[in-house]
Design a protein around this ligand. Sequence first.
Ligand SMILES: [Zn+2]
Ligand SMILES: [Zn+2]
Length: 354
Amino acid sequence: MKALVLHAVADVRYEDMPVPEPKADEVLVRVAYCGVCGSDIPRIFSKGTYRFPLICGHEFAGVVERCGEGVVRFAPGDRVAVFPLIWCGRCAACEKGKYVQCESYDYLGSRRDGAFAEYVVAPVRNLLRVPDGVSLQEAAMTEPAAVALHALRRAGGCQPGETVAIFGAGPIGLIAAQWARAMGASPVVLFDIVEEKLAMAKGLGFVHAYHAAHHTPEEVVASLTEGQGAHVCLEAAGVPQTLLQACACARRSGRVVVLGNPSADVTFPANLLSQLMRREVNLYGTWNSEYAVYSADDDWHTTLQAVASGQLNLKPLITHRVPLSRAIQTLHAMREGKGFFCKVLIHPDEQEED
Ligand SMILES: [Zn+2]
Ligand SMILES: [Zn+2]
């Protein structure tokens, strides 16, 4: 099969690899689409990963090609999304079903081979059926959508009428805004410094999308909340300044969620720290998403249902669909910031499915 193989930091090659064999309780999935995550760019070009060679790609959906021994819940031809975290099942977190906190997990696309390839092997317990009416392109975005939902749920979700401010209008910020709206939050305010992202937010119906260099977020949020501040502030850019802004915009007893992967150290001014203390602001870390094999209310099943019902509109976020054979060029362009990219989906060259 063809795959993008990472041999060392910044050494990614499009080459032939053997099709992996599904062992017992594993499934071979023919990849339809695999999204490029913000984390893939440093993984490929600067930070590297846990082992080389490695096939990256953890946001994907496809069709079951072949089942290993003992697999009964899925059959060839089934359309599936795949939770990329492979939990150990032998630690306290796993015992509670908190797979995201597993003490010795494996991960498709960063620790073992992922889906920038024609085929990928995954444990059957990591597979979800894609509902009718949900395309495989949308299903490939289940992971970032579940991450966005998890971030809001970490802060207790949002109540109808609550103000939610989102700092960073990349794919996850834009999806989080849709979740907030679906939960009844109003207004939902977005900030970014890239015009195209703000235009995309407006295209999704978010009238309160502001350029953070031209409008001071604190003033915007204050003017929309009679000076009270936002109930929920979501930092989704990983930039020091946006974390400070998120904290500054939180109202008394407000909730701040730290979601963006940090790009640098953050220095808190003493008066902002003091404000956080006096306002008794709650700070939440969030990581990945919650997944359950059989329940329906975990982040993953909830996401697929929300896409099926039209509550989540993921298609407009797709700016690029790139065949595997040309994906390396696109990854370079993303790293260099050449052009505007929201969600980029990579697909095998011979791709027929929607
Ligand atoms: Zn990711
Ligand atoms: Zn575990």
